[in-house]
Design a binder for this molecule. Structure first.
Ligand code: NAD
Length: 359
């Protein structure tokens, strides 16, 4: 079942993807390929040692490490990183880490036009999107511009071996959510739909194996492949209700990014169930399940993923506010906004009960 091939527009994004265990050894060659010599290396504080390790591929004194990337790309950190780039006369940025390190690298690229070489260590997918979210004066502002799309992505599977199982699960479900929403996007096209379905299937197959054997290179390889496919979908087509609601929940109640995605995706799929039947069939097929929403819920149970907003720290009193904010500037979504249904959905997700398809 391929789905209907209807009229479509497909904007492919430029990408150089290098994938494989041990591929971090190619970083210096990729920097040279871009005609650069003095990289600024960015990581989080916890991942600074990975930055030091990459720096050894370069002449002593030619690299600068900035190890202070933080969640949601705070502006004060970006300012300090920009100063570091300027005083080091950096000619490119190397980011190692998840969405936080990559967000900082994008923020630097936006202001300096420096090329980026990115080595992802989670499944969030930011490395293949032209999207940047930044926080300034307590407000998160997101924009889409090709100026932040990294020039080179090196997926070294070995970097993901240290990703704790709980974060691997949440991050993997975060990636699945990109694929799910791509399948019912208003601007879906046959290429991203193919990538989305294969990406969801790769993650649904590999995540249970990662839970069993976190050191399995095979499982990690398949998960990162799935994350790349789903991230590419996120970068290419528009996202719907799920991404809007996660944005609201993360921004208003400071909930953890990947875990919020993990809790919400089965519920949003149930909300959209009757408005996107072709996408639902493809999601179910990728999950090898009878229905898309039960398949996602069963996968979350199997992975022991977070399933309630309460456990993530959201106050029950915030549910109505979350619905109000979700209704504002509603993203394109197969099912129209319905405040009562959204309220019901969020109450279910808050309690952590299985999702129900809604008329
Ligand atoms: P993250 O980058 O914030 O990482 C979470 C924590 O895990 C950090 O402490 C990090 O150092 C650590 N970590 C990461 N990889 C590790 C590994 N392999 N081993 C051990 N520790 C590791 O997490 P994330 O979920 O990848 O990123 C979330 C951020 O990315 C949010 O700010 C989100 O908005 C953004 N994001 C942006 C896009 C986009 O397209 N712009 C896409 C997805 C996420």
């Amino acid at each position: 079942m391929r789905g209907q091939v209807d009229a479509f527009t497909y904007d492919a994004l430029p990408a150089r993807i290098v994938m494989g265990a041990g591929k971090r050894k190619d970083v210096a060659a990729e920097v040279e390929r871009l005609g650069c010599k003095c990289p600024l290396i960015v990581t989080t504080h916890e991942q600074a040692a990975l930055g030091d390790d990459i720096a050894r591929q370069f002449d002593v004194g030619s690299t600068t490490l900035f190890a202070a990337a933080a969640m949601h790309t705070p502006w004060d950190v970006t300012q300090r990183a920009l100063e570091a780039a300027q005083s080091a006369r950096a000619d490119c940025v190397i980011a190692i880490g998840g969405g936080s390190s990559i967000g900082l690298s994008k923020a630097i690229a936006l202001r300096t036009k420096l090329p980026q070489i990115v080595l992802p260590t989670t499944y969030a997918g930011s490395e293949v999107t032209p999207i940047i979210g930044e926080t300034r004066d307590g407000q998160k502002h997101t924009q889409r511009t090709l100026e932040v799309l990294p020039e080179v992505v090196i997926y070294d599977i070995e970097f993901t071996l240290t990703l704790p199982v709980s974060l691997s699960v949440a991050s993997g479900l975060n990636a699945i959510a990109h694929g799910v929403e791509a399948l019912y996007a208003a601007d879906a096209n046959p290429v991203t739909s193919m990538m989305a379905e294969d990406g969801i299937a790769a993650l649904a197959e590999s995540l249970p194996n990662i839970v069993q054997s976190p050191d399995s290179i095979e499982a990690r390889r398949l998960a990162q492949y799935g994350a790349w496919l789903c991230g590419t979908c996120l970068g290419t087509v528009g996202m719907g209700l799920h991404h809007k609601i996660c944005h609201v929940l993360g921004g208003t109640f400071n909930l953890a990014h990947a875990q919020t995605h993990a809790v919400m995706i089965p519920h949003v799929v149930a909300y959209n169930a009757h408005a996107a039947s072709d996408a639902m069939l493809r999601i179910a097929r990728a999950l090898n399940a009878r229905h898309a929403w039960t398949g996602l819920h069963e996968l979350a149970v199997k992975l022991d993923a977070p399933r309630s907003l309460e456990t993530l720290g959201m106050p029950e009193s915030g549910i109505e506010r979350a619905v109000e904010l979700t209704m504002q500037n509603f993203y394109s979504n197969p099912r129209a906004p319905d405040a009562d249904a959204l309220l019901h959905m969020l109450r279910q997700a808050w309690r952590g009960v299985p999702p129900e398809p809604m008329e």
